[in-house]
Design a protein around this ligand. Sequence first.
Ligand code: AMP
Ligand code: ZN
Length: 494
Amino acid sequence: MKIKDLYLQNSLSKSKEKFEPISEGYIGMYVCGPTVYSDVHLGNVRTFTSFDVIYRTLLFLGYKVRYVRNITDVGHLLDDGEDRISRGARLDQLEPMEVVQKYTNSFHKMMDIFNTKKPSIEPRATQHILEQIEMVQQILDNGYGYVVDGSVYFDTLKFQEDKKIYGDLSGRKIEDLFSETRDDLKKQDQKRHPSDFAIWMKADPEHLMKWNSPWSEGFPGWHLECSVMSTKYLGETFDIHGGGNDLKFPHHENEIAQNVGACNCKPCNYWLHTNMLLMNGKKMSKSDGNTISPDELFTGDSPHVSKGYSPMAVKFFMLQSHYSSTLDLTDDALAASEKGYKRLMESLKTLEGLNHKSSGNDLDNEVNSSLDEFIAHMCDDFNTPRAIASLFEVVTKINSFKEGHLDLSQISAETFNRLKEDYPKYIDDVLGLKNENDGGNNDALNGIMELVLDLRQEARANKDWGTADKIRDGLAKSKIVVKDGKDGSNWQFS
Ligand code: AMP
Ligand code: ZN
């Protein structure tokens, strides 16, 4: 099958470009992953969900994709000079690696709840210290770094003097730059220029995570891990690099400088940046405390929402805006999305129940063009809001077929089969929206069923057959079948 043309908004060229992979049929994609010192908030989820849909679309189009998303488990410094992971460890009284494991696990759990696919490789910064030391050495060997008291800095002025471009991605000029980095404020005076940044930092004695290096016992600068791990797993220049647009500067700008400084090659051909999730018009951010956790949103236990919203309703809400637009989280918008999501899921059920016998093909064009438009919109820089609008044209048709406003026999067998096959795939495979009422996928329902089956088990143990049967028959009325086996009872929808 010939892969369809795909257009991407490249943040580096600031224009929409036709995508040309480095190797035909293959894509290497790197996305900056979470810093695991606390639970992810909904803003992070928006970014990772956006890249999941991008990954799914690339797979759907027929590409073989190597998707690398890292875990940032080396601390990195806050404005007050304290290491994020160490602070987490101190607050929770844990080993730094315990903090890392705890929040990596909770991140994975959240990604599962939002039905995102696992990346092909999920490398951790701490597993790549040797490679990071090697890249620091390469940068020094090429003359783009300098050492001050055990710390190594990237020399942005020398880089620019050599006609290497710094600042293109974020549109910043070296001359205007002041230190907007996550580096240790105490050591700013070691830099030759405010736009220089640390690639290796000497650790203070009380620092918890540190490694030996030729320059000092210390730790790598934050930007270095992504330069190193993307190069290791995807090559010196790969296809797509992504992240939230708050990472454009300094993180991605410095990544480019490091890659060019180390191997004289740009890290990737296309930069994709997601826009921020806002709450009450302000960026959702851990450090500002302006966050809502996914759990608070699911339970409704937050002053920002009037009730709980299910993960898929929240995901649907996110997909209704383009990944490069800001998105403001409001109760009204969530309520509207919940309705839209349910309508979409109901249409799947309705479609399943349609019985078709063709006697014409008058409606083929209408159905096929809505289906085609879905893919066309996804190939146009992953335009999920427009693609979803095309799906709703299909929803309207499916409902009209059911209600008899449109004559189902007026579509050919071929188009009907395509509808049955492709439409659910677009929702499930491409958008990653699953049906939460589809037996066993709903956490709340699972919890309730566990409790109900426990109570029934107790009744059986007490030979209270009346209660046991009452529970089973009552569940049957809700189309839930209980099966008793050697290892206890289980359930499923009938
Ligand atoms: P962090 O763990 O802070 O490095 O963030 C992980 C990812 O989430 C990065 O790609 C950030 O750009 C992204 N991110 C952080 N805050 C938001 C937000 N409010 N909306 C969307 N993405 C965000
Ligand atoms: Zn990164």
